[in-house]
Design a protein around this ligand. Structure first.
Ligand code: ATP
Length: 236
């Protein structure tokens, strides 16, 4: 069953129209990846799902309930966590404070368990709970941003270009952890990426966005096997 379904979504900023009627869905427990070049509208898509884009038409449903134009706070309460591009951690707070802020709406004992779980997934964070987020490496900040989102126990996690600005070895490590999360099946993920190669490794379903339209929709094996798609959209 689809956890989130998007139908004929148009979105933009004032006079600027960015998305021109896109439709897609993410099955519960799966990982969907939206690929696309700079400016294709990937961030705008995630922002529309999180209630952060003002000019929106079409229909966005979470678990069959309409959330088109719902307030971000309502969408978060319904279990959608957004890890924005550029991480957005609180740089003057420690690693642990950032994580606890992610779980602020939840009860003590459960929060402790979740904290241990995040440290298990990202041992680098567990080694430095008292370090200020601002002094972490880019990769560690990305792990922290994802860890903080996980503290909400989201049903759907939106990840905006998690690989951006990270060294290849760190990206590989991060995506291994995302794959592990995906395999557990508790967290449904929608990931937008420019880094097609690594993103295809964790995808159950792939969409390619070009100039605000979905031009490819398929399973990763099919997309990889199609040379014309690879050449045109994936750059290899
Ligand atoms: P990138 O990979 O570079 O982040 P993207 O696929 O995520 O690209 P978006 O950030 O969704 O693309 O941007 C799509 C288009 O919308 C771009 O042309 C961008 O300039 C425009 N845009 C984004 N934010 C705004 C804004 N606040 N006001 C006006 N135009 C915007």
């Amino acid at each position: 069953m689809s956890l989130i379904s998007v139908e004929d979504l148009h979105a933009g900023y004032g006079q600027v129209r960015v998305l021109h009627g896109i439709s897609f869905s993410v099955e519960e427990g799966s990982t969907s990846v939206i690929l696309g070049a700079n400016g294709a509208g990937k961030t705008t898509t995630l922002r529309a799902l999180s209630g952060m884009t003002h000019y929106v038409t079409g229909r966005i449903a979470l678990d069959g309930r309409d959330i088109t134009r719902a307030a971000t706070s309502t969408i978060v309460r319904r279990g959608v966590a957004h890890v924005p591009q550029g991480r957005g951690t609180f740089t003057n707070q420690t690693v642990e404070e950032n994580l606890l802020l992610g779980g602020y709406a939840r009860r003590g004992g459960v929060v402790r368990d979740d904290l241990s779980r995040v440290y298990e997934l990202f041992p680098q964070l567990g080694e430095r709970p008292k370090q200020h987020a601002g002094s972490l490496s880019g990769g560690e900040q990305q792990m922290l941003a994802i860890g903080r989102a996980l503290m909400l126990r989201p049903r759907l996690m939106l990840l905006d270009e998690p690989s951006l600005g990270l060294a290849p070895i760190i990206i590989a490590d991060l995506f291994r952890t995302l794959a592990e999360l995906g395999r557990e099946g508790d967290t449904t993920m929608l990931v937008v990426e420019q880094n097609a190669n690594i993103a295809l490794d964790i995808a159950d379903r792939v969409y390619v966005l070009e100039a605000g339209r979905i031009v490819v929709d398929g399973e990763p094996e099919t997309v990889r096997a199609d040379e014309s798609i690879r050449r045109a959209y994936l750059g290899y």
